[in-house]
Ligand binder design. Sequence first.
Ligand code: FEO
Length: 173
Amino acid sequence: MVSEKMAKALNDQLNYEIYSAYVYASMSSWLKSKNLNGFANWMEIQTKEEMDHASMFYHFLHDAGANVEFDAIPKPKVAWESPKEVFENALEHERGVTRRVNELMDLALAEKDHATNARLQWFITEQLEEEANVLSILQQLELLEGAQPGALFMIDRELGQRTYNPPAAAAGT
Ligand code: FEO
């Protein structure tokens, strides 16, 4: 069992993960509209991963005897100036998610809630990876400034190689 306070905080995060999926779906759509199909592919996979994260909270809450409530999801931003701005926003977004996951862990520790703590360990590690991946693409885009336009398409080709690998834990228990 998780406390009511912990369940509410985890339920909020479940909804925030769905919002994250919305944010990345919107980015993917904008990139696709610019014919940057590799970038769009990367964001489409990111969208699926966010839904996996939501699913992990969903299963955990049910396993822990709590209920799940779905909230209205705010409309995400729909247009950007450049792929670089997209990835700047993505990095900002992931840093926000990391802060939220850390706050959830603070609460689990304060409540000596070991089950939630164990579940959140996965998210703590995942956030390190999420931030590193987005930062590395952003740094490539920053290096492009002043470079030949063809360089953007090289990154686009590279991002088109990303494949979707759902985490085993997303399947629930
Ligand atoms: Fe669910 Fe990108 O963090």
